[in-house]
Design a protein around this ligand. Structure first.
Ligand SMILES: Cc1cc2nc3c(=O)[nH]c(=O)nc-3n(C[C@H](O)[C@H](O)[C@H](O)COP(=O)(O)O)c2cc1C
Length: 301
């Protein structure tokens, strides 16, 4: 294992390791204005949602590593403490990157990158018309993390108005995770796109109290076939199925009976095949069925 003390590295090297590891990061495309009304538009991936009531986002225009100067976005916010955070989708990603060009102060990146200004309702900076979600924000606080190259400046932005393009909504009026077509920033020049193929669900253990991996039977916990993800799924149940339901399940699934007969004299083989079947079921999200299979061939209940 490579172990690094950040104080032993140059700022650009620290940035490289951390941006590859702390990824993907959502992109805040921030529009701001200076006290003379000049508009600025820049992307920031040091960005996230930190509170929903009140709704607060934070993003961070860092000091430039190259020459330790501050970003126009920060300077504008110190003059006019407002911004619009525009969410970036795949169709916008190349122009968004173009907007990160170090144009001189006062240059409007809406124009340079070819985006359309849309008047905001509550704040002075305009919205990006092409963005699927536009958040009008007032700035609650700016926290400087230092004066050295690479030091961040946390902009705590109170979300005052949320605009959502209707074409990304589902039939219930909620944002459809596939339709919004988000992109995110990773290390170096890498980005990723949230597509149907790479979306999956993990059941939230909010109302349930899973038994926990420590409570799994030894042979399951130490399985050579079941992965950490499988153990996480199995341990998220509150109680194991009782013997009667396992027997009923086995009666309804003759292939389990066949498996048990085939491996009657080989306990290791039996466990291996049961774990293989369970892993296939778990990969399909069928946790209860996986438990039935695992318990069918054992005295674990
Ligand atoms: C996708 C993307 C994400 C970025 N994230 C950040 C960031 O989180 N912090 C930062 O200081 N610069 C970030 N940059 C670089 C800034 O966008 C760039 O320095 C920009 O020119 C700053 O503009 P400004 O001086 O007009 O505010 C990012 C660039 C891109 C393309």
């Amino acid at each position: 294992m490579l172990t690094i003390n950040p104080t032993d590295l140059k700022p650009a090297e620290i940035q490289n390791y951390l941006q590859y590891a702390i990824a993907p990061r959502p992109i805040c495309f921030a529009s701001t204005i200076d006290k003379n009304g000049n508009v600025n538009l820049s992307p920031f991936s040091f960005f996230n949602l930190f509170s929903t009531n009140p709704p607060v986002c934070i993003f961070s225009p860092s000091r430039r590593i190259r020459n330790n100067t501050t970003k126009h976005t920060l300077e504008n916010i110190l003059e006019v403490p407002e911004c619009v955070i525009n969410i970036v989708n795949y169709n916008m990603v190349q122009q968004t990157s173009l907007a990160s060009t170090e144009y001189p102060k006062g240059v409007n990146e809406f124009i340079k990158a070819g985006f359309t200004e849309l008047k905001s309702e509550l704040v002075k900076p305009p919205r990006v018309a092409e963005s699927p979600v536009q958040l009008e924000c007032t700035v609650r606080q700016v926290i400087s993390l230092g004066e050295t190259p690479g030091a961040g400046n946390l902009i705590l932005a109170d979300i005052k108005l949320i605009h959502i393009r209707e074409e990304i909504l589902d039939e219930n009026g909620k944002i459809d995770q596939e339709k919004i077509d988000l992109v995110a920033r990773l290390g170096g020049d890498w980005y990723c796109r949230v597509t149907k193929d790479n979306l999956f669900k993990v059941v939230k253990p909010i109302t349930t109290l899973g038994i926990g991996v420590d409570a799994l039977p030894f042979s399951i916990r130490n399985s050579k076939i079941l992965t950490g993800n499988h153990l996480g799924q199995l341990a998220n149940v509150e109680v194991l199925p009782d013997r009667l339901s396992v027997e009923t399940y086995s009666d309804q699934h003759p292939e389990i009976k066949v498996l048990l007969e085939d491996t009657a004299n080989d306990a290791i083989k039996r466990e291996e095949r049961l774990h293989q079947q369970a892993s296939t079921l778990l990969d399909q999200g069928l946790v209860n069925e996986a438990w039935m299979v695992l318990l069918a061939g054992s005295n674990l209940q």
